[in-house]
Ligand binder design. Structure first.
Ligand code: AMP
Length: 213
């Protein structure tokens, strides 16, 4: 099964993609995670991407397409995958189609997790993570046992710099201007399946299972 997950920042697509990947034995490829890793390790890609990410802007298409192309040609995706956070522009979606076709791979579904703006701002401003083990927390749905510290290793919790409200608003604008058209792209390919992200995480997961079969 080869899937693309779509949805605004904060729609829960990362969490749901990780859960579905685990349940179905798929590779979960998050371009946001790959880029954050590159920034942390100080690679060339990380240095180029960091400024865009801090401002909530998209990294240039060629950087991100190159990253995905490496994954496709390396063969790690051959037993099924979920793309999370890619494609985010029409040129990325077109490049993806071309790269997959060249390698004899097809997308089975593009799953859109729909959530409205106010809910997103509320969610992202309550989001925390552990810099040591990457566990995520959020207010009020999933709080750590002790305020501000990770349940697993006691590390002090942090917020993603791009989760500050002004940056979140910009990320939403960027989503509407550059990424929302991707929904139409996959609708025209008859691959789009929409689920409501405004249910409990378990209910969202159930809805996803229904649409992917
Ligand atoms: P995410 O964790 O998916 O919200 O991604 C965090 C940030 O990484 C985004 O705000 C962008 O700056 C960058 N990013 C991730 N995926 C892409 C992509 N497909 N195209 C361009 N920039 C991306």
């Amino acid at each position: 099964m080869n899937l693309v997950f779509l949805g605004p920042p904060g729609s829960g697509k990362g969490t749901q993609a990780a859960r579905l990947a685990e349940a179905k034995g798929l590779v979960h490829l998050s371009t946001g995670d790959l880029l954050r890793d590159a920034v942390k390790q100080g690679t060339e890609l990380g240095k180029e991407a960091e400024g865009y990410m801090k401002a909530g802007e998209l990294v240039p298409d060629d950087l991100i397409v190159g990253l995905i192309e490496d994954k496709i040609t390396s063969g790690v995706l051959k037993n099924g995958f979920i793309l999370d956070g890619f494609p985010r522009t029409i040129p990325q979606a077109e490049s993806l189609m071309a790269m997959l076709t060249k390698n004899g791979i097809e997308i089975d579904k593009a799953v859109l997790i729909a959530v409205d703006d106010d809910e997103i701002v509320k969610r992202l401003s309550g989001r925390w993570f552990c810099p040591a083990c990457q566990a995520t927390y959020n207010h009020p749905a999933k709080m750590p046992r002790k305020d501000g510290v990770c349940d697993h290793d006691g590390t002090e919790l942090k917020r993603r710099p791009d989760d500050e409200e002004a940056v979140v608003r910009n990320r939403l604008e960027v989503y509407k201007k550059q990424t929302k058209q991707i929904e139409e792209f996959y609708r025209q390919e008859l691959l789009l399946a929409e689920v409501s992200g405004q249910q409990s995480p378990d209910e969202v997961f159930e809805s996803i299972l229904e649409v992917v079969g």
